[in-house]
Structure formats: C-alpha cells, structure tokens
Design a protein around this ligand. Structure first.
Ligand code: BES
Ligand code: MN
Ligand code: MN
Length: 461
C-alpha cells in the first residue's frame, strides 16, 4: 500500500479536476432557479461514491435531497459519519468577483470559486480520503458513512428532520465535519463550540399609502422612524441585548476554557484592520474572541422602506421592514427568545403602527467535550496532516444540524477546520488554499486509522 502523500503526488491533477467539476455546479440552495442544480449535484455525488466503491443513494426531504454513502462493511470496527453540505451561498455582488464564481481558477496556490471554502473544498478533502482508502487498501480501517445535505445555507431544517427520523440509518460511533475554519494561517484548530441563531423579519405598517411629509409629518407616525427606534431598543451601545430575560439561560464557559481562551494569540488591532476598521463594539469586559465565540450578539441584516432612489423625495412611507438575528450561546432557547422578543416589541409600538414579526427556523448553540478520547485522536490526525497540533477553539458561526447530531446520534463530534477565516466564505472571491486542501485530505485519511485504533467507547445513544 502506498502512503497518502504518494497517492496525492500521483493523483493530484485528477483530484483537482474533479474538485473543479464539483465547484462548477451552481448549487445555490436559497434560489429556486437553482433547484435543478442542487438535485444534479446530489446525483453527481451519489454516482461518484459508487465509482469509488461505496454504496450510495439520495433521499428526498422537504428541502433538497440528502446523500448517504457507505463504505464496504468492516465487521467489529466502529463507524465514522462524515458530514458536509453541498449547497452554497448566492454569488452577489457578482461584479466584485475577479473570476466567474462557477468557473474555478487557481491563483497563487488557491482555488477561487463559490463553495471553495464553504463547504465543497473541505468536503472534497474527506471524499478524496475515502477514494485513497478504497484504492490503496483492501478495505477501509473502519466503517465510514457520508451524510451530505443541500440546505445548510438556507436555515431550512429538512436535513435535521431527516436525522431525527433516520437514526438507525445514520447510526455511528463518531462524527466528523470540516465546516469551520482553522484558527489562523499555519495554526489548525478543532472547534468545540458553535453559536446558535434566532432569525427574524419585522414589518411595520403605518398609513394606508405613502404621504406628503409636509402635510402629514409630525402628526402621523412614520414607520421608518418607528422601526429605527424599535430596532435600537433591542441593544445598548455596548451590544448588550435588552430583551427581558435574554441572558437568563446563558451557559458561561468553564473557568478553564476561559483561561485557555485568554491565551490564544489574537492581536485585536490586526483583527480590526483585517476587516478594514479601526475599532469595534461589544461588552466592555469581554475580549474580542469571547464576544464572538462565547457571548450572544445582535445584527441587522437588511433594512427597507421609504425612498431609496436618486435625489430627495419628501415622503412619509407607508411601511418599513428589517431582517435581523441574534446569535445564541449554549442553553439559550430560540423558542423562548422569540416569545420574549414578541412581547417586548409589541409593548413598544407607537399609535398608528402595526407590526408583523416573522420568525425563521432557529437553532441552539452547542459545545462538545474536548476531554473525550476521540478528540485526542483527531488532534493526532491534524498533527499528521498539518504538521502542527491544533488549538481547541469555539466559533461564532452556526451549523444547525450539529445540535440534531448531538441529540440523536452521538456526543463524539469532531469539527476539524481545513479552511481559513480569510477565505471570503459567503463573499466575493471565495477561495481555499490548495495546500490546506491537501493537508485536510491527509488529516481525514489519518483520522480513520486513529479512530479505528481507539477502544470503543460505549455509545450513549
Ligand atoms: N460553515 C458555516 C458555519 C460557520 C461559520 C462555522 C463560521 C464556523 C465559523 C455555515 O455554512 C454557515 O454559513 N452557517 C450559517 C447558518 C445559518 C444560515 C442558519 C451561519 O452561520 O450564518
Ligand atoms: Mn458551511
Ligand atoms: Mn456558509
């Protein structure tokens, strides 16, 4: 049997060409015009798994299909489930891309395309680890299942519902995903916590038509004015959220984790500079990393209403609306927060204004225990792949399905980062360093061996 390094040397052009094929598929899950593209991507993945010797099929869901693939069975060996999402974010603003988002291009050692970093590239590293195992060994070191979804970027819960309804099909001893970044370039990381989310759209309606602000302004409540007041009431200057009871269930990190966090090398000035700003916001007694990883936050994602065209127009608009969300931390319940939010907002509506508050599917924050043996196995695999041991970190982003995994499948969840925070995930010119890609592939291949060698922990599910 050859080593993974030899395998990569011999197969590099093919691995890259196939990654390009995957990246060319415009599987934008939130846009209905790409419905067919999502389905074709799922089908292509199924075919690919069959080609490398896995059994595979797709399952319909309320959203886009999920793909489930399985290695040939290895009796007596534990099972690893590898998760990834094949859907990607929309590409706008498309004018800011230096090359076509769906025509991958290598520039300075990185592949540029929508999905390169989030999440097709890292997922492809795992799939190629499987291809390596299937080609180089008679049989894989352990049982491996891939579970891939196409609704991660929309917040659609279809795949989570599938998990709860198919626990036997998805049964596993360990679960790995690479959908979170490394800590920094040259510093790999395993993520042991994610924030959750509660997302809303609010619409305020006032007069039954747009009015002349000279004839009515000052006496009729302006929905844009009312909306800015209402949104401002949600948060104070330091980012502390004002909804009653909002912090009641917040689970503080252990003093040990806090101490570790304080030791992480983050230059706050560099952090701000990388975003093109000279300073930021957040609770005064919290560090930047704590603000992003351990504390909830509030952000407005879009505001509309009134006149936005050229020049001025003295209108008193009939309506105003906004999309906003809270990032949540472990133990906060999205449902409870929606109830308190609704009451808090309704209690402040000025005369002449009506509110519609729509709540999108929420997801709780999660944390996983880093003292479990599989984390040490994962750290060894990262050391092998990246030549450096990983930091254990949290992340501020959300992966809704992970809470379903923890609840319905296994607590042994390893979130190993292959990408970088500077890859422009969700933005124009998204990219992934090919060096990180191959390090990820080596890490994944090694992880199978490391996990197979562990004494099997009694599964708690
Ligand atoms: N891969 C990200 C999640 C992520 C981002 C993890 C940063 C760690 C750090 C995922 O694809 C994503 O974008 N999630 C959305 C979820 C939302 C649509 C419910 C997010 O976090 O905004
Ligand atoms: Mn992702
Ligand atoms: Mn994403």
């Amino acid at each position: 049997m050859g080593t993974i390094a030899e395998y990569i040397d011999e197969n590099e052009p093919r691995i890259q060409e196939e990654l390009f094929t995957f990246l060319r598929m415009p599987s934008i899950s939130s846009q209905s015009e790409h419905e067919e593209d999502c389905q074709q991507t799922a089908r292509w993945l199924v075919d690919y798994f069959r080609k490398i010797g896995f059994s595979a099929r797709e399952y319909p869901t309320e959203g886009h299909p999920v793909v489930l693939a399985e290695s040939p069975r290895v009796e007596g060996a534990p099972t690893l489930l590898i998760y990834g999402h094949y859907d990607v974010q929309p590409v706008d603003p498309v004018a800011l891309w230096e090359s076509d988002p769906f025509e991958p291009q290598i520039r300075e050692g990185a592949v540029y395309a929508r999905g390169a970093s989030d999440d097709k590239g890292p997922l492809w590293a795992h799939i190629q680890a499987a291809a390596f195992w299937m080609q180089s060994e008679q049989r894989p070191a352990m049982n491996v299942k891939f579970f891939l979804e196409g609704d991660e970027e929309t917040g659609n819960e279809a795949a989570s519902v599938f998990v709860y309804q198919n626990t036997e099909l998805l049964r596993c001893d360990y679960l790995v995903l690479s959908d979170s970044p490394q800590f920094a370039s040259g510093q790999p990381a395993i993520t042991c916590g994610l924030r959750g989310m509660a997302y809303y759209e609010v619409k305020l309606t006032g007069p039954n038509r747009d009015l002349h602000s000279g004839m009515f302004g000052g006496a009729i409540t302006n929905p844009c004015n009312a909306l800015t007041r209402l949104l401002a009431s949600l948060v104070d200057r330091d980012g502390k959220i004002q909804v009653p009871g909002f912090y009641d269930d917040v689970l503080r990190a252990s003093t040990e984790e806090m101490a570790q966090l304080e030791m992480l090398p983050l230059e706050e000035e560099h952090f701000y500079a990388a975003a093109g700003v000279t300073g930021g916001t957040g609770e005064k007694d919290e560090s930047v990393l704590s603000r992003i990883w351990l504390r909830p936050s509030f952000d407005i994602h879009g505001l509309s209403g009134g006149y936005q065209g050229e020049g001025s127009k003295t209108v008193l608009p009939a309506w105003a609306s906004a999309k906003f969300s809270f990032r949540l931390v472990p133990r906060q319940s999205p449902g409870d927060i929606t109830k308190s939010l609704r009451l808090f907002l309704a209690g402040q509506l000025p005369p002449g204004i009506q509110m519609e508050l729509q709540s999108y599917a929420g997801t709780p924050g999660i944390s996983v225990d880093i003292s479990q043996p599989c984390m040490k196995a994962a750290a060894r695999a990262v050391e092998f792949g990246f030549g450096r041991s990983p930091l254990f970190i949290r992340e501020g982003g959300s992966i809704p399905i992970v809470s379903a995994f923890a609840e319905a499948l296994t607590p042994h969840i390893m979130m190993i980062g292959f990408s970088q925070t500077t890859d422009n995930a969700h933005g124009p010119n998204e990219h992934l360093s090919m060096a990180d890609f191959y390090r990820g592939m080596k890490t994944s291949a090694r992880l199978w061996r490391e996990l197979a060698a562990l004494p099997l922990e009694p599964s708690t599910k």
